[in-house]
Design a protein around this ligand. Structure first.
Ligand SMILES: Cc1ncc(COP(=O)(O)O)c(C=O)c1O
Length: 371
């Protein structure tokens, strides 16, 4: 029986092939390969889609986080409160800015930063809070937003996995600064690396445009030490094509997620859902105490699954020095999580096989059901 892949990038791109090749031809013809016309066109479209005042593209999601920290003047001696249950880039960005990450535990149900624990982690050195909308789950920004409004601490949302996710109709990343990744494995992805920031003021957008391009005001003059983190015109053109079909992708993932919810209820712990939530289901993460056994059993049935992520950031060697507090919920949860295939390309038959494989592994499959 054919293996069920967690993700199939060639299959995802095949229907778009002709349109992507047209972009390639167009950019080859005009020759403005970096920050060409496609880039600004994309930024305008993204701002509208995300509900942000403006969008500034850059070289990657990691760069977006570092640029956001630089924009707020955060560096050595400053502390940034974040979660250790994320891709390592969240922590790396804080280190790259020269600041100190302060990891706060997660909420057990949603698996995102527990806002109730944040006030106790604030010190006179805290300069930013960096929540992560992990797995595309749009976390409730109300409590963190209130803390930041009261204290003047910057709010930098890591939306790398949550493009298109909304809560109560409001897009992620629209509270102050949002940072997105266009890595090929993301739902809204380039055919290479890329990223963007959402901002709520013209001034921030202007400064970021300089920071991402050597601090240049014009061709020859620079007033701040910027970096090279510009988006290629080719990638911007590809992203524009993909933006046209994004809502269909998300709808297909949501339908797959709904089916898992209906079929796996009572067997495993399922991710949270709610009518006010539009989750892009960047990953569909189930939880079970016998995760390793379940994973091996799925693999034996030809079903690919992933663990996002087997180590929390504070458990990585580069962060050992920052492991200031214990994170019991994070440490428990990472032993239980398993991401099931949920992509738009997954066929109904394939999903049925995944569901059956999970049920069989837990002794609840068709074979074990009595007459
Ligand atoms: C939560 C999170 N933050 C940041 C990043 C970094 O994005 P990029 O890979 O585009 O640098 C990623 C991407 O993998 C991510 O998942």
């Amino acid at each position: 029986m054919a293996r069920i892949n967690y993700i199939d990038l060639p299959a995802k791109h095949e229907p778009l092939r002709e349109r992507l090749l047209q972009v390639f031809d167009r950019v080859l013809a005009h020759g403005q390969f970096v920050l060409g016309p496609e880039v600004r066109e994309l930024e305008v479209r993204l701002a509208k889609y995300l509900g942000a005042r403006d969008v500034v593209t850059c070289g990657s999601g990691t760069d977006a986080l570092v640029l956001a920290l630089r924009l707020r003047g955060i560096g050595p001696g400053d502390e940034v409160i974040t979660t250790a249950h994320s891709f390592i880039a969240t922590g790396n960005a804080i280190l790259l800015a020269g600041a100190t990450p302060v990891f706060v535990d997660i909420d057990s149900d949603t698996m995102v930063l527990d806002a109730a624990l944040v006030p106790a982690a604030i010190t006179e050195r805290t300069r930013a809070i960096m929540p992560v909308h992990l797995n595309g789950f749009p976390m409730d920004m109300g409590p963190l937003s209130a803390i930041c409004d009261d204290t003047g601490i910057a709010l930098i949302e890591d939306c790398a996995q949550a493009f298109g996710s909304r809560r109560d109709g409001r897009g992620v990343g629209t509270h102050d600064i949002g940072c997105f990744s266009f890595h090929p494995l993301k739902i809204f992805s380039a055919c290479g690396d890329g990223g963007c920031l959402t901002v709520s003021s013209e001034e921030d957008a202007e400064t970021l445009r300089r920071l991402r391009n050597h601090g240049l005001i014009d061709r020859d003059h620079s007033d701040i030490a910027g970096v090279n983190s510009r988006l290629d015109s080719m990638q911007a053109g590809f992203l524009s094509v993909k933006l046209d079909v994004l809502d269909d992708y998300i709808a297909a993932r949501q339908a797959n997620a709904d089916r898992y919810h209906a079929e796996l209820a009572g067997l495993v712990t399922l991710p949270p859902k709610g009518i006010d939530l539009r989750c892009n289901h960047s990953a569909f993460v189930i939880r079970h105490q016998e995760r390793e056994q379940l994973r091996s059993s799925l693999a034996a049935s030809g079903v690919d699954s992933k663990v996002h992520y087997p180590l929390a950031i504070h458990q990585q060697p580069a962060f050992a020095v920052f492991a200031q507090r214990s994170l019991p919920v994070t440490e428990r949860v990472i032993g239980e999580i398993l991401s099931l295939p949920v992509s738009a390309e997954l066929s109904a038959e394939e999903q049925e096989r995944v569901i059956e494989a999970v049920a069989c592994s837990l002794g609840k499959g068709a074979e074990s059901k009595g007459p």
